[in-house]
Design a protein around this ligand. Sequence first.
Ligand SMILES: [Zn+2]
Length: 249
Amino acid sequence: MNQLLKGIVCLTSFVLMTGFSQQPEKHDRSYYEARKEVVWEVPMDDKLIALTFDDGPNANTTPQILDLLKQYDAKATFFVVGNRMDKYAEIIKREALEGHEVANHTYNHVFFTRRIGKSVIANEIIDTQKKITELTGQHTKWFRPPGGYYNDTVINVARENGYTVIMWSWHQDTQDWNTPGVDRIVNKVLKNARNGDIILMHDNVNGSTQTVRALERILPALYDQGYRLVTITELMEHKTKVDNPFVPE
Ligand SMILES: [Zn+2]
């Protein structure tokens, strides 16, 4: 029995030391939040909220979302997929021109669920950044890994390339990618809205317009409640300004 136990301990050490395990290194939320390496939300006293839209652009829904945002004087952040940008270059340009932020969601929408080489992750980020800069002149600092799959390597590669990883408020995960129905999306956002929230939505969901229909109700309701809808950069800068009132700009 003792021998068996020793064998198991030995094998476990071998697996850990050689990296034989396919599970990448990952810590819990508080670890990354304390180090300011990953952001889930930006709690604050002021009524600011950041809407984020992933996976686009989409020829049908993204322009409708842009129309609605304009109508309510709302700004948002679009986490775009690099390989969709050439086809929908005009939509990307419109996002930037209308004051929204175009941010990085990898080139091929890769789920970093297993150990992946640093160069693969870096290329996914850098290739997308090149496209964003080419089309908008912007250089984003925000990276959202597809499916929310992050680990130490993903975070470190993002940091080495000048990015902070942006997740979303756990109480603001609308699951709109799964077409749960317009009411559910609306209720998720409105019943949970808090200052500094980062709301997760998708402007590119296969054939679905639920996100657009939900926004038609969410935007006026948040507006009536006194919220200002801002980009991730505005949300972060506002927090910095409030926390450091005497720092010259
Ligand atoms: Zn995505």
